[in-house]
Design a protein around this ligand. Structure first.
Ligand code: GDP
Ligand code: IMO
Ligand code: MG
Length: 441
């Protein structure tokens, strides 16, 4: 029995879905605990590609899938995702929390309008209404899934809310106002269609713990996009880090046995914000374009991902913030063609010249850092058929060993392609040795 959290250890899109899918085989319950349809999660099975935005990526194994209270749910997208995946997953085992917040039409309109108005301060959001939905949740003005099921409550909340949102839409953004009756009719109807999935999901998880079931908590986004611990303000509005699983699922930290971080063998970012190891020239293009199957384009928005070398300073930060027990390194195969490969192992402050192996602060000073690189010889051969650590070229092993040593965490899984079987398991990711945190910053 083990209850495991899978988190993105970089800026999102690390390949969490592939790892979640692999681990879901032996899980009984898979739980998404934060974020919404800003997530784009890809699982490839037998050459078929499946994309998840709201539904947990463990769904293909027909497990109980939970969308927890910490999520924000756009009902229209939820219903169309259920429809699209309907006969591939066990829809009758899908559960949505009564207390998850609902993304309303004004959230979508405000997200887009706010982004467009920010000019050079734009965040590059997915325009899925995520920030405005969480903002209303914090302001205690949100609409929760349970409200969609109660005609009276929904109507009275909208009667209070919509005139206020209309002031913003009309006066600030010159947009057409929304009509209470139209929004009510549409969202009450969504509620009726969602009703059969709606449950007290924290209770389901609690009971599953009591029955000694295996629970897998699937993070969306990544550590550097965390609202508190990421590269604020260029972050999402939720807590993708391991601590977020407890709050977002409604469980106590004492039930967690293990935290697995997922990182690419290099790094990508979609949207604005600092990215010290970003490569804009030939290297960036090569990372972005290598092979059609792994073109670096965002799953949700179709925007090209910014690409760069692995950043071990941020890697160490992720190990610390999440208390990672082990890492899954994905997309090693993308580096197969490079003559040389770099890892940023320290930063230099551009103003003072001071160097840091640990991130001095995730605040403003982070933007003023330039990377100091270690250079590795490329292996210049395909790793996509390797199925064990010893199958990997010696240079690839050196690269991975360096990462494990420098991040002070073991690498349990290495992924060498998008398919399920393109995976090397170095140590049992669930029952491997529990990591003892000894390092200080
Ligand atoms: P997530 O958001 O963290 O789940 O990641 P995404 O699904 O947004 O992006 C990861 C992309 O990389 C998807 O297209 C995956 O199919 C693909 N992928 C995952 N692991 C590997 C790998 O080891 N090699 C290659 N080439 N592609 C991979
Ligand atoms: P997965 O789960 C990569 C980024 C956006 C933007 C910032 C805020 O697939 O890893 P938001 O719409 O959340 O308010 O946007 O966060 N972002 C992601 N980047 N992967 C994701 O999800 C992301 N979800 C949000 O690009 O920079
Ligand atoms: Mg993604």
């Amino acid at each position: 029995m083990a209850n495991v959290i899978v988190v993105g250890a970089q800026f999102g899109d690390e390949g969490k879905a592939k790892v979640t899918d692999l681990l879901a085989k032996n899980a009984d319950v898979v739980v998404r605990y934060q974020g919404g349809c800003n997530a784009g999660h890809t699982v490839v099975v037998d050459g078929e590609t499946y994309k998840f935005h709201l539904i947990p990526s463990g769904a293909l194994y027909q497990k109980t899938c939970i969308m927890g209270p910490g999520m924000v749910i756009d009902p229209e997208r939820f219903l169309s995702e259920v429809e699209a995946l309907g006969n591939l997953i066990s829809v009758d085992k899908l559960r949505v929390s009564t207390t998850a917040h609902v993304t309303m039409p004004y959230h979508l309109m405000i997200d887009a309008a706010e982004e467009d108005s920010r000019g050079d301060q734009k965040i590059g959001t997915t325009k899925r209404g995520i920030g405005p939905t969480y903002a209303d949740k914090c302001a205690r003005s949100g609409i929760r899934v349970e409200d969609l099921l109660d005609e009276k409550v929904l109507r009275s909340k909208l009667e209070w809310m919509i005139p206020r949102k209309n002031v913003i839409l009309e006066r600030l953004y010159n947009l057409p106002p929304l009509k209470v009756e139209e929004v009510f009719t549409q969202y009450y109807e969504y509620g009726q269609r969602m009703a059969k999935y709606v449950s007290d999901t924290a209770a389901i998880i609690f009971n599953s713990v009591g029955q000694k079931k295996n629970i897998l908590f699937e993070g969306a986004q990544g550590t550097l996009l965390d609202l508190d611990h990421g590269s604020y303000p260029y972050v999402t509005s939720s807590s993708p880090t391991a601590g977020g699983a407890c709050i977002g699922a409604g469980i106590g930290p004492t039930i967690i046995d293990r935290v697995i971080g997922v990182s690419k063998a290099y790094m990508t970012r979609v949207g604005e914000g600092p990215f010290p190891t970003e490569q804009e020239g030939e290297v960036g293009d090569m990372l972005r374009q290598i092979g059609k199957a792994w073109a670096e384009v965002g799953v949700t928005t179709g925007r090209p991902r910014r690409c760069g070398w692995f950043d071990a300073v941020l890697g160490r930060y992720s190990v610390r913030i999440n208390g990672l027990d082990c890492l899954a390194i994905t997309k090693l195969d993308v580096l197969d063609e490079f003559d040389e490969i770099k890892i940023c192992n320290a930063y230099r402050d551009k103003t003072t010249g001071e160097t840091f192996k640990e991130l001095p602060s995730i605040g403003a000073s982070f933007k003023n850092m330039e990377p100091i690189y270690e250079t590795f010889k490329g292996w210049k051969s395909s790793t996509s058929e390797c199925r064990s650590y010893k199958d990997l070229p010696v240079e690839a092993r050196k690269y991975l060993d360096f990462l494990a040593d420098e991040l002070d965490v073991s690498i349990a899984i290495v992924s060498v392609g998008p398919q399920r079987d393109q995976t090397i398991v170095i140590e049992d990711p669930i029952h491997g040795p529990k990591r003892v945190l000894t390092r200080s910053t």
